[in-house]
Ligand binder design. Structure first.
Ligand code: MSP
Length: 503
């Protein structure tokens, strides 16, 4: 199977994207670019989650209509993704009419099949999460129920609603979660399984009376109700791939779909999503790749905590998209929250991009131009060096295929350090004809640059261009394939960020 379908969560556009959204999106983009590099047929979907109370209230605050706000925000999100060089194939908006139709027809299909029914509901609700909290799920502050994520009081709501029979899917979910290795890393799968085993599954309210929430997709056979924003949002993954417009295309990509999500939305992307899909006769996704949070001084970075780091600041400080992409990919962690500060990000950028990769390019490029007018002909690569290159490349490929982007990057950084050590040890500047050393080093640079291309695409193509090689499938790389390097320039790729502490 040669397809690779990858998705990000669709984001709530109640503010511009920040470092946390960029973290997920850049990671998904690196996987998409890697898959393209190894010649997969890639479809990369991102977009915005535009309905629901959160957006309705945000618009009210701005004195605009929700539609005006989401239209403006869609432009802003796309612009940030462009500036971060995100290579998405389609940007889905839940207000797209094709999507809305899928939401309605899916709701109706589940209703007809008996998976949706009408009944009363009362409970404690968090507007920011757009969900009801059950006892045990919320925290208490001064005796009052609070949302554990947003640290705000919960509101009591009572309403007639439509329920989705989540409880009917218990056996199906447990079987799929236990046997199919869908959720990655596995610890998250175990978390969901143990929650289902301990708490069981309660039916899920999937509609709101229109007087409460007016901004959303109407229940097709009962216009007094608006469909729950999560039901609406999750379906983006099928609409975006052509479920309603091109079934063949949908099936082709769905067979290999990878959802990248933060751990905050794990439950929605497993218990709820797999059950909706099953109800619609669609197989579960191939993989749900889950990551932990970016935190600052121990708190999840986000609007609620007020500790947001802006993408604009990152782009300005790290000289454009590649620096930012590298840093976010490098601190990426599936299991543990990553504490970030400008101090740490400066150190990664300066030590790895400027002093290790940038420095090697500059040194080898300058030596090649000075000693051999930039023309380096093929020589046999030192056995030890060539072994190091091939071993690191093998490790890199294995890690990338396991979605371990930071691990893959570390392999390549190690290799680049070996490269710098090789320059120091072999002292090519003292040799009359250092072709052998320089050719070996250029091979190391070529392989490393290709490996880093999904993370730092602009810099990688610039190096390939200046040094005269191609960015090609890393699975097919062999050493000694290039007859001649033609070095036109020894660029300074990453200007160091001056030490300025934690600003
Ligand atoms: N709209 C829903 C998702 C619907 S998907 C069918 C939503 N949107 S969100 O705007 O709140 O974005 C949530 C996602 O943004 C998280 O799951 C995570 O991927 C990313 N992150 C936001 N802040 C983050 C951090 N501080 N750290 C890591 N990821 C973060 O939930």
């Amino acid at each position: 199977m040669n397809t690779f379908y990858i998705t990000t969560p669709i984001y709530y556009p109640n503010g511009p994207p920040h470092i946390g959204h960029a973290y997920t999106t850049v990671y998904a983009d690196v996987l998409a670019r890697f898959a393209r590099l190894i010649e997969k047929d890639v479809f990369f979907l991102t977009g915005n989650d535009e309905h629901g109370l959160k957006i309705q209230r945000f618009a009210e605050k701005l004195g605009k209509t929700p539609k005006e706000v989401v239209d403006e925000m869609a432009v802003i999100y796309r612009d940030y993704w462009l500036r971060l060089n995100i290579s998405y194939d389609y940007f889905i908006r839940t207000t797209d009419s094709v999507h809305e139709k899928v939401v309605m027809s899916s709701f109706e299909k589940l209703y007809r099949k008996g998976y949706v029914y009408k009944d009363k509901y009362g409970g404690l609700y968090c507007v920011d999460c757009e969900k009801y909290y059950l006892p045990g799920e919320y925290v208490e502050v001064e005796g009052k129920p609070y949302c554990p994520i947003h640290n705000k009081p919960l509101e009591y709501l009572e309403e007639e609603t439509y329920y989705f029979k989540l409880s009917e899917f218990k056996d199906y979910l447990l079987e799929v979660l236990r046997n199919n290795k869908i959720v990655y890393p596995e610890e998250y799968s175990l978390e969901v399984i143990s929650r289902i085993e301990k708490e069981g599954l309660r039916d899920l309210s999937i509609a709101r009376p229109v007087e409460r929430v007016s901004w959303g997709v109407k229940v097709p056979f009962d216009p007094n109700y608006v469909i729950y924003v999560w039901f609406d949002a999750l379906l983006n993954y099928i609409t975006g791939a052509g479920y309603a417009t091109d079934l063949e295309r949908f099936e082709k990509y769905w067979a290999n779909v990878h959802h990248v999500v933060g751990k905050d939305i794990l439950w929605f992307h497993t218990a709820i999503w797999f059950s909706i899909l099953k109800g619609l006769d669609i197989p579960p996704p191939k993989k749900v790749i889950v990551h932990a949070f970016l935190i600052n001084k121990g708190l999840k970075i986000g609007k609620s905590a007020g500790n947001v780091i802006s993408i604009d600041d990152l782009l300005a400080r790290y000289n454009g998209p590649d620096g930012v992409r590298y840093i976010l990919s490098r601190v990426f962690n599936m299991s543990k929250d990553s504490e970030v500060s400008f101090e740490l990000m400066d150190a990664i950028y300066n030590d790895e991009l400027a002093d290790t990769y940038g420095n090697l390019i500059r040194r080898v490029g300058a030596l090649a131009i000075k000693k051999l007018r930039g023309k380096i002909y093929r020589r046999e690569v030192d056995k030890k060096l060539s072994e190091q290159i091939m071993v690191k490349m093998g490790n890199y490929l294995e890690r990338m295929k396991n979605y371990d982007v930071p691990g893959a990057i570390i392999e390549i950084m190690d290799l680049l350090r070996e490269g710098n050590a090789y320059v120091n040890n072999t002292r090519p500047w003292e040799k009359e004809d250092p072709s052998k050393e320089l050719y070996g080093l250029l091979e190391l640079i070529r392989v490393s640059t290709i490996a880093l291309a999904p993370v730092i695409p602009s810099v990688a193509s610039k190096v390939a261009d200046e040094f005269g090689f191609k960015i090609e499938n890393p699975e097919k790389l062999q050493l000694g394939m290039l007859e001649r390097y033609n070095i036109r320039n020894a660029p300074i790729l990453f200007k160091k960020v001056p030490a300025q502490g934690n600003t």
